[in-house]
Write a protein that binds this ligand. Structure first.
Ligand SMILES: N[C@@H](CCC(=O)N[C@@H](CS)C(=O)NCC(=O)O)C(=O)O
Length: 212
């Protein structure tokens, strides 16, 4: 049986779950939190970060490594294009999302307001949130441009599209939206991508957990 380990509100856990759903691969979710001392999880993820993954062939950590494995093992439908330049572009957008979008949207806003403030009852670093929100227009501008060139949000869904969209879910949980007037293409891309059944099913389950 394929198992994904990790709390479903993590953008990286969601990235793996969406990739599996797009490929119609059944799996079980073990919703461990980062840093969990569950021995099976720690053996798979020595850093204690989520997600981790196992199937009958291998145990892995890191969403990018897991998605690379899933892509090779289940090539259809492809989430990475065959064309070399389009392939590299999708990987670049995945990297941009996992590093820059994570830093600004998820670590800068979501972790502060939701994980620290709401879930743990700790003081929110408002200066950190303000700095992240100040950077948001530049980040959205970059993505708007990537949509204009066809790198992001093309006709066929890529891992880059999934990686970008998943970080914006966490921004929305923290009560922030993309400025639709300033970034119309990004707004449409997010609405379209998050409405796909692969994302919508995750979001429905997460909503129940977030409210529970
Ligand atoms: N590069 C990793 C990043 C995973 C990651 O940072 N996950 C966060 C939760 S969203 C985590 O487990 N943080 C715990 C920690 O940094 O110790 C991936 O793509 O899976």
């Amino acid at each position: 049986m394929t198992v994904v380990f990790g709390a479903p509100i993590s953008p990286f856990v969601r990235k793996v779950r969406v990739a599996l759903a797009e490929k119609n691969i059944p799996y079980e979710l073990n919703p461990v939190f980062p840093g969990s001392d569950d021995p099976e999880f720690r053996a798979l993820s020595p850093f204690g970060k989520v997600p981790a993954f196992r199937d009958e062939h291998i145990g892995l950590a890191d969403s990018s490594v897991i998605c690379a494995y899933i892509e090779k093992r289940y090539p259809t439908p492809a989430l990475l294009p065959a064309d070399p330049a389009a392939y590299a572009t999708a990987l670049w957008l995945e990297e941009y999302a996992d590093s820059k979008l994570f830093e600004v949207l998820t670590a800068g806003v979501f972790f502060e307001r939701i994980v620290k403030g709401k879930l743990r009852g700790l003081p929110v670093d408002e200066a950190k949130v303000a700095a992240a929100l100040h950077e948001l227009p530049a980040v959205c501008g970059y993505l708007e441009q990537q949509i204009s060139t066809g790198a992001l949000g093309g006709n066929t869904l890529t891992l880059g599209d999934i990686a970008v969209a998943t970080q914006f879910v966490n921004l929305q949980y923290a009560g922030e939206q993309v400025d639709a007037a300033a970034f119309p293409k990004l707004t449409q891309f997010l609405a379209r991508t998050l409405a796909r059944p692969s994302f919508a099913d995750c979001l429905t389950q997460e909503r129940t957990l977030m409210q529970g």
